[in-house]
Design a protein around this ligand. Structure first.
Ligand SMILES: NC(=O)c1ccc[n+]([C@@H]2O[C@H](COP(=O)([O-])OP(=O)(O)OC[C@H]3O[C@@H](n4cnc5c(N)ncnc54)[C@H](OP(=O)(O)O)[C@@H]3O)[C@@H](O)[C@H]2O)c1
Length: 264
């Protein structure tokens, strides 16, 4: 086994989807655990990787182990696998708030520790992942780790102090973008557009706008101004968004998410 995942829900499945698509590891080089028989059957059916209900089997089979359970279960899981861990292992935490130092302390031995903050667009190869590591991870080992995260999207190596910010703007934000798309589509439906077509307009518009920011390098405000014709339709929408506190609502949402991450 090349890599193991303790817990295989939404986020692990999304990452594994990207890893398999890019051929970084094959199905028989990936082992995952679930808590329940139902979860295990789902992992087997949807991913086709090796599965188990035994977390120690993951740690005994793979030297790189991703902790993909909810943050509340991290301590329990690390205690459970403690006797199987060695200094040869690299453990990768993907939960907000579980710091490199915390992970090493709970693992109970000096080992390589990495944090990822991925997001669910990894499932379609368009993820955005923040990565940081402890001092035991060499440059060469980091390069190998980045091959994994690059397989399901883009990666930025960040200092650990930015992981909560990355969690908000990367990890959590797909939820807010999906809410935005849903709201845009609802408005188009209320104007008479069929629902399916409305989702296509809304999502392709978000995708295209994001692509413009990434590919032109122009300031988002500048790109916004390009859309607003004098005395036109767009600027009326901008006026009502500002009146409704749109920017402030987004600012507050990401701040709340980052602050919550610090407490977990
Ligand atoms: N979802 C996101 O967008 C996202 C983004 C960035 C980071 N994260 C982080 O990723 C982690 C997982 O989140 P998620 O959204 O993927 O959660 P999820 O869908 O609820 O998946 C959790 C998985 O953990 C398994 N599990 C629970 N207890 C276990 C145990 N003791 N041993 C083995 N497996 C166990 C569950 O098994 P069953 O399938 O059998 O129930 C399930 O597969 C969290 O720490 C979260 O903060 C999530």
């Amino acid at each position: 086994m090349k890599i193991g995942f303790i817990g295989c829900g939404n986020m692990a499945s999304a990452m594994i989807g990207g890893i398999l698509r890019q051929g970084i590891f094959s199905k028989d080089e990936i082992i995952v655990s679930n808590l329940t028989d139902e979860g295990r059957a789902r992992s087997e059916k949807t991913l086709g990787v090796v599965t188990t209900l035994n977390n120690n089997e993951i740690v005994r089979s793979a030297k790189t182990v991703v902790l993909a359970v909810k943050p509340q279960f991290y301590e329990k899981v690390l205690t459970e696998v403690h006797d199987s861990l060695t200094t040869e292992h690299t453990i990768i935490g993907i939960a907000p708030g579980k710091t490199l130092a915390w992970l090493e302390e709970k693992a109970g031995l000096p080992l390589k520790v990495v944090r990822f903050m991925p997001n669910t667009p990894a499932q379609v190869g368009a993820g955005m992942t923040a990565v940081c590591t402890n001092d035991r991870v060499s440059e060469d080992e980091l390069a190998e780790i980045l091959k994994i995260t690059d397989s399901f999207g883009c990666t930025e190596v960040v200092p650990e102090r930015l992981m909560d910010a990355a969690g908000a703007v990367g990890g959590c934000s797909p939820a807010y973008v999906f809410m935005f798309i849903e709201a845009m589509a609802d408005a188009a439906v209320s104007q008479g557009m069929p629902r399916k077509q409305a989702y296509k307009f809304a999502s392709q518009t978000v995708l295209g706008s994001a692509k413009m920011v990434l590919e032109t390098g122009r300031h988002p405000g500048d790109l916004k101004d390009m859309v607003c014709s004098p005395a036109g339709t767009t600027i009326e929408g901008v006026r009502t968004l500002e009146k409704s506190g749109f920017r402030s609502a987004v600012f507050e949402a990401l701040t709340a998410a980052a602050e919550k991450g610090k407490k977990l």
